[in-house]
Design a protein around this ligand. Sequence first.
Ligand code: IMO
Ligand code: MG
Length: 429
Amino acid sequence: MSTLVVVGTQWGDEGKGKVVHYLSQEADLIVRYQGGNNAGHTIIFENKPFVLHLIPSGVLFPGKKCLITNGVVIDPQGLYDEAVLLRSKGLDVKGRFFVSELAHLILPYHRYLDILREQGKIRIGTTRRGIGPSYADKVTRLGIRVVDYLDEKVFLDLLERNLKEKAPLLKQIVPVAKVRKETLDAYPKLRKFLKDFATNTSLILDEAIRKGDNVLFESAQGTMLDLDFGTYPYVTSSNPIAGGVCAGAGVGPSKINTILGVVKAYTTRVGEGPFPTELKDDLGEHLRQRGQEFGATTGRPRRCGWFDAVVLRHSARINGLDGLILTKLDCLEGIKSLKICTAYSYKGKRLEEFPASRQVQAECVPIYEEMPGFDESVKGITRFSKLPLNAQRYIKCLEKLVGTPIKLISLGRKREEIISMDGKTCLWF
Ligand code: IMO
Ligand code: MG
């Protein structure tokens, strides 16, 4: 049995898309367990960048099975569009892609409510995909699940009940009749489409684990966007952390073997919220351009900053990380001096751990360790010992500060631009 969880350790956009695509080569089954089409995973496939929001990138490998399990919120239209996009590239997902009947749906009213809420007092800077409102309905027990959607009578009843309940809010930005029409016009097509994929995914998962298949669980977003352990309220509405796998996919904790965290060689964040090591100067702009730090889902410029070891220690602990996968090291080339945040200072006090208070998170100041950068190109390097010495020092310093071994280093967007630290050809540790 081999089950591997891959999580984001920062605020998302760590390069999980490439890493998961790389690790999927050895997987039999690939599972998305939380989030929705707020995620944006860019992968390079046949030399072209490709963004998937919902369907695991593993589908690009013929013969691999992929699941979207109960912890995910599914926008049927978004899923349909993605399946059409894949088909236009000659990839048919039928027969090897399945969706949990228990997953909750994102319907047009959720998207309107997301937009409305973003006009309110606390602006989160969401992706406006209706993620938060859909999870909110799930928790308040108003949600509509895939299984409900497939039963026309049940769905129509629930839709009317929900539209009635949400009408006072919806009316502020859109006529309720328009929302109803939008939902019902698309219904016959989307229902027929979803029917082919809906099933009990926990059974498929259980069977794969019993058989000893390699199962890869991929998170969307990152630990600092986790509803419980992130920078609340500037977070997403699910649990991207490794612990989210069990509730989000219907698998017991005893069945999880290895947990790896993807970490960018610097830090980025999209949307609002605290970001202690943010660079608001030319260097931040340089990282944005060099790393092409623009949202894969919304196109928004990402905020950029130095590596934050406080965040990483928090992530390593919350997720129980066995190892790290470092990405985008190449984007640091040519920066004279590199800074790493080792702790924060707040009102003269040194903080070693990520603070809980939103005010402290917003006002704490990073304490940095500084080291010389590297000018030499890292392109094409496949062994750690061949990296520029200062790059090696930087990596070793990160590893020591976080206290978790680095297993893989990614040096570019292509799948083969990667260094395996122990030179293992088997990618499953
Ligand atoms: P991947 O999978 C980066 C952020 C949004 C916003 C907050 C809440 O590509 O790493 P939501 O729409 O989820 O309610 O927005 O979370 N966010 C992401 N940031 N990468 C993502 O996914 C994100 N998904 C959500 O910008 O701040
Ligand atoms: Mg993203």
